[in-house]
Each structure stands twice: as structure tokens, then as C-alpha cells.
Design a protein around this ligand. Structure first.
Ligand code: 6PG
Length: 629
């Protein structure tokens, strides 16, 4: 046994499968304490069973809690073996409460007749044979147990347990790029024994996993491979394997390579920024192979992955339960110490939510870029802008605000590094997907689209240089009250978040995901790139309403801040400074807050040239009219 991590091995199954025999043999082999769950029944339970009366959930509750306490106590010292029927999932949940990643289940499995025969031979046991039927009926098959048929001899069973539990790791990770490395170290630092794999490319990528393991002490117990088969075989079944590889084709290639080595019920978790429709396709395909697939958003960059990211898993909920303890262990914690990881919903919902997160991220970044640009044109140098933003933390703190301050302070030689960074923004595609998907859903997430298009405009650097020569811009010295700018920024961020959550709401209805918006806001309060004090507030607001703009406090704030937003936008436009996200916030609000709109003319035009018909304000039956214009 190489591992330092203490384990509680629960030998489970109906009465008569030989739990105590195996438990004692294991205990002897490893010199570990053994406990027979039956010895912990209160008198009342023993009496009931000996009268041939089955125990109900209430009878079992106290007994299961006692065994949970026993297990918790034991692992403070060492591993231990406990024999307990643990027939229902909720019993197993109670038994492993608070120690989920330390608990291993071994199900001793046999046919009714085989077990009955054994029971008949038994003496000195208070469980009458008549209860066996009810035990078989009660047994809910565990998906996360090592299942061993009792046709094997006790010696063989002990060997299987030794090979499959004591010699193997708990969790596998494929892809040791920046994120994969950080997540592996995060897992290991939580006491999780992890197998790590990186592909072998002769002369290019060799021994990556082994070298990486040797670099960090927390990986001492990790198992490192560059051979895929050995990697898969080193993980306990049902296996949990996380992919941290490039989104797109690579995921399919890795899944195809993995498939021949996998067994029923294994779970693959895709932690990359995959498209949610690809995730759905992969879930459906792998279901035909009895393999589970969880598509999980992971946000937080390199540091988040190491210290605690925000995790957005989607897919089959039963499969999620298998990986939940591991994902929760490595996730960031919110202010109440709950993990910033929660089951999102079925199919590709986890990756969809991560995509919207990135869309919101694009607009948050763009707003800060516009703030920086305005303050620069007012005449501040980067350090002065950083000083101004420092003063905004009390009202509008966020991770992105903090890193912007750091960035603006960074010197490069005598000047500021920011002044030397080429102003052409790149992107990896998630902002594009969000824009496309919001348009498909019919939701005006205009700030996300504007942030994306602002990056596209920036990318035409050569054309912008030419245009600058061709046109005389009106840019001239101007003043901007920094408090007005802060308030405009606060309001624009509210609009951005409103638009993002509105998109989630519509997707939830359209795809029947039943997304919990408040929970999503909560898991975004720490670990991820868009974490902020605003999201803390929204996680509460979204408990009561799914439209944050209906909330009384937010309404008051909008009424206080709107004039400043209007003023910042109009002043900037008059000096021809591009502020697409700020101006979209204004235009969206101006349209959305007004019961009257110009769309009556659009309808009339459509009817004029295309006989598309229109409805009338004066006829609330909803009838459609056509006019011969
Ligand atoms: C995160 C980030 C991360 C990454 C995106 C952004 O949540 O940790 O969103 O996923 O930064 O890939 O990519 P682009 O800005 O390059 O599109």
C-alpha cells in the first residue's frame, strides 16, 4: 500500500454475502481496524430484526450516523474497514457525509439463491432468512462501487480489492498544459491521489507527466504516465477522467483513443471551453457505449485552476454525483465556504453557462478598456488611471478591476508596459459563440456583441492607421468627472449582467435545462474571471426575480446612475472616442425602459413591401392585418 491518504473501505451488500469474512481478511492483510456495522445497531433495531421485522429508514438513521461518526474518527488516525449493508443511496450518502473522497465502496454481489443458501448454513445470527427478500428489494445498486461477484473465493476477492482500490488512483487527468498542470496540483493538494497523463510525441513531448510529478512535492503520491493504457488502468473503477485538452477536434480524438480502455459507467469530464452542442453530441454518443460524459466549464485561468476555480458541470446528474466530491474539493469557496461548483443541468448546459460567463467577461473587459481610454484622453498616465480605479474598489470591486490596476502600474524600462502593447485584441472564439447563440435565442445581449465587435474593429490596425490619416477627428482636450465615470461604469455593468442572465433564462426555457440563476451567480462569486461584489449581490437578487432590473434596490440605483451614464456616453461621442459598450448600455436601457418604440414603423414597412402583416394597438385580440399601401 503506497498511499498516505486514509481510506474507509465500506464492504456492502445484502445480508449473507460475506461482508464480515472479507472485512476481517482485509483487516488482517493490512493490519487495519475492522468494524462490523451490525455491532453498532441499537437494541431496538436488533429486537425488530430478530422478530423478523424489516428496519425502516427512521430505524436506520441513528445507526448510520453512528457509523459515519466512527468512520470520521478513524480516518483521523488511519484507514479502516467497515462492513455495512448500506443498501440505499441515501444511506451511503449519510455514511460518507463529510468524507466523500476518503470513502470507497465494495459491493459484494450475488444471486438471491446463492445468498439464501449461505444464509441457511449460518448459525448465531439474528437476521432471519425471511428478511433476505426485503433486503434484495431495498438494495439500490451503487454506481460508484467496486462490484465483486461472490462466486470468487474470499482470497480472490481480497486480491481484487487490493489491486483495484489500494493500488490505484482515484482520479485521472489528461493534458498537462498550463490549466491541466495547475488542476493536477490542486487535486493532489486536497489529498486526492491522481493519475496524470500527457501524450508522448517522440523528440517533442516526452516524459512530460513524469518530469512534472518530480517537480512538485504535492505530487509524490501521483501516478504519472505517457502511455494511455497504463494511465487508464491505474485508476479505480468507475473511473473519473478529466480532459484538459484543447477544445474542438482534440476532444473527439482523445475520447476515441480512450474508449478501448474504458469500462461501463466510467466518467469523462471535459474541462475545456467546448461548444455546448459538441458536448451534447458527445454525451449522446458515449451513452451508447455506457460511458458518462460531463461537460464542465472551468473558469479562473492558471491561478484559479491551482488555488480554486469556479466549476460549471453539466450532463447526466447521476454521473455528476460520481465526480461531485472531487470537483467540489478543488473548487473555490464562496463567502459562506460553499464550493463554487454546482450541478448546472443536463447535456451541454455546463458549457453553455461557461460560454455566457465568457460573454459577460468580454463586456466587463471592454468596459474597463473604455474607462481606461477615456481617462487616458482626459490626460492621465497609466499610474494615475490606476490610482483613480483603486478608489473604485469600494463601490465596484471585481477581479478584472484589480488586475487592470496591476496592469496599469506595470513599468517596462522607464515607461509603462501598457503603452507598448499592440492594440489589436485577440480572441479564442467563446465571445463569438455567445453572440451567435444570443442572436439565435432572440435575446438582445448587445453589450456582449459590442465587446466582441470592438475586438474585431481593433484587429484592423493597418486600416485604422490609414483611416486616421484620411479623416480629421475632433478629439480634443476634454474633462470627465471621475465620479460620473464610476457611476456610468456601475450602471453599464448592471446592464451587462442583466443581458447575460436574460440569455441564460431564455436558454433554460428553450432547452428545458431548469437553470437556477441564483446558484449560477453564486458559483461566479469566486474563482472565476468575472467574480465581483456585484455578483454577490445578484446571487441574492436572483432568488426573488429572474429579471434583475425589476429589483427595487437595482431600480433605485438605475434611477440614480442613469444621468451619469448618459453624460459619459454623450461627452465621449462628442470628442469621437469609441465607447461601444457604454453606448450600448444606454441604448439598450433607452429602448427597454420605454413602453413606446419605433417598431410600429418597422412593421408597417414589412407589410408594405412583403405583406408580412401587423397587429393593431386598438385590437387586443392579437389579430393580424394587411394593408394595400
Ligand atoms: C476563464 C476564461 C478563460 C479564457 C478564455 C478567454 O474563465 O478562465 O474565460 O476561459 O480566458 O479562453 O478567451 P479569449 O479572450 O481569448 O476569447
Amino acid at each position: 500500500m503506497y498511499r498516505k491518504k486514509p481510506l474507509v473501505v465500506f464492504i456492502m451488500g445484502v445480508s449473507g454475502v460475506g461482508k464480515s469474512t472479507i472485512g476481517k481478511l482485509l483487516s488482517d492483510k493490512y493490519n487495519l481496524p475492522y468494524f462490523d456495522g451490525d455491532d453498532y445497531h441499537p437494541e431496538s433495531n436488533i429486537k425488530k430484526m430478530s422478530q423478523g421485522i424489516s428496519l425502516n429508514d427512521e430505524d436506520r438513521y441513528g445507526w448510520l450516523c453512528t457509523l459515519n461518526e466512527l468512520a470520521k474518527d478513524q480516518i483521523k488516525k488511519n484507514s479502516c474497514i467497515i462492513a455495512c449493508s448500506a443498501l440505499k443511496e441515501k444511506y451511503r450518502d449519510l455514511l460518507s457525509e463529510g468524507i466523500k473522497t476518503n470513502v470507497k465502496w465494495v459491493l459484494l454481489d450475488g444471486s438471491f439463491d446463492k445468498v439464501l443458501n449461505r444464509m441457511k448454513k449460518r448459525r448465531a445470527h439474528y437476521m432471519p432468512v425471511s428478511l433476505l427478500e426485503s433486503q434484495f428489494e431495498t438494495l439500490e445498486y451503487p454506481i460508484d462501487a467496486l462490484k465483486i461477484n461472490i462466486e470468487s473465493t474470499p482470497k480472490e476477492i481480497v486480491k481484487i480489492i487490493n489491486d483495484e482500490i489500494f493500488k490505484k488512483s482515484e482520479f485521472g487527468l489528461i493534458g498537462l498544459g498550463v490549466m491541466g498542470k495547475s488542476l493536477s496540483r490542486n487535486l493532489a493538494s486536497k489529498g486526492i491521489i491522481v493519475s496524470i497523463f500527457n501524450r508522448h510525441l517522440h523528440g517533442i513531448e516526452e516524459n512530460i507527466a513524469i518530469d512534472f510529478k518530480n517537480e512538485f512535492t504535492e505530487l509524490n503520491d501521483a501516478l504519472a504516465f505517457d502511455d494511455l493504457g497504463s494511465f487508464v488502468n491505474s485508476i479505480q473503477k468507475p473511473r473519473k477522467i478529466m480532459l484538459m485538452v484543447n477544445a474542438g477536434k482534440t476532444v473527439d480524438v482523445v475520447v476515441d483513443k480512450l474508449l478501448p480502455y474504458l469500462s461501463d459507467d466510467d466518467v469523462i469530464i471535459d474541462g475545456g471551453n467546448s461548444h455546448f452542442k459538441d458536448t451534447r453530441r458527445r454525451i449522446e454518443f458515449l451513452r451508447t457505449k455506457t460511458i458518462n460524459f460531463i461537460g464542465s466549464g472551468v473558469s479562473g485561468g492558471e491561478e484559479g485552476a491551482l488555488k480554486g476555480p469556479s466549476i460549471m458541470p453539466g450532463g447526466d446528474q447521476i454521473a455528476y454525483k460520481l465526480v461531485q466530491p472531487y470537483l467540489e474539493a478543488i473548487a473555490a469557496k464562496d463567502k459562506n465556504n460553499f464550493p463554487c461548483c454546482a450541478y448546472i443541468g443536463e447535456y451541454g448546459s455546463g458549457h453553455f453557462v461557461k460560454m455566457v460567463h465568457n460573454g459577460i467577461e468580454y463586456a466587463e473587459m471592454q468596459l474597463l478598456a473604455e474607462v481606461y481610454f477615456i481617462l487616458k484622453y482626459v490626460g492621465n498616465n497609466p499610474s494615475e488611471i490606476a490610482d483613480i480605479l483603486e478608489g473604485w474598489k469600494s463601490k465596484a470591486n471585481s477581479y478584472l478591476l484589480e488586475i487592470t490596476i496591476d496592469i496599469l502600474r506595470k513599468k517596462d524600462g522607464k515607461g509603462w508596459l501598457i503603452d507598448d502593447i499592440l492594440d489589436k485584441a485577440g480572441n479564442k472564439g467563446t465571445g463569438n459563440w455567445t453572440t451567435v447563440e444570443t442572436a439565435k435565442l432572440g435575446i438582445p445581449s448587445t453589450m456582449i456583441a459590442s465587446a466582441l465587435f470592438a475586438r474585431y474593429v481593433s484587429s484592423f490596425k493597418e486600416e485604422r492607421i490609414k483611416m486616421d490619416e484620411l479623416y480629421n477627428r475632433r478629439v480634443k482636450a476634454f474633462n470627465m468627472d471621475t465620479n460620473d465615470l464610476l457611476e456610468a461604469y456601475e450602471l453599464a455593468r448592471i446592464v451587462n449582467h442583466h443581458q447575460g442572465f436574460k440569455m441564460l433564462l431564455e436558454a433554460s426555457k428553450s432547452y428545458r435545462w431548469e437553470l437556477n440563476l441564483s446558484k449560477i451567480a453564486r458559483i461566479w462569486t469566486n474563482g472565476c474571471i468575472i467574480r465581483s461584489s456585484l455578483l454577490e449581490e445578484l446571487s441574492v437578487v436572483l432568488r426573488e426575480t429572474d429579471n434583475i432590473l425589476y429589483d427595487q434596490n437595482i431600480r433605485n440605483r438605475i434611477n440614480e446612475l442613469k444621468l451619469q451614464l448618459d453624460s459619459v456616453v454623450s461627452k465621449s461621442i462628442l470628442v469621437e472616442i469609441a465607447i461601444p459598450c457604454f453606448s450600448e448600455a444606454v441604448n439598450f436601457l433607452n429602448g427597454y425602459m420605454n413602453s413606446d418604440s419605433s417598431a410600429n414603423l418597422i412593421q408597417a414597412q414589412r407589410d408594405y413591401f412583403g405583406a408580412h402583416t401587423y397587429q393593431k394597438k386598438s385590437d387586443d385580440s392579437g389579430k393580424y392585418y394587411h394593408t394595400k399601401w
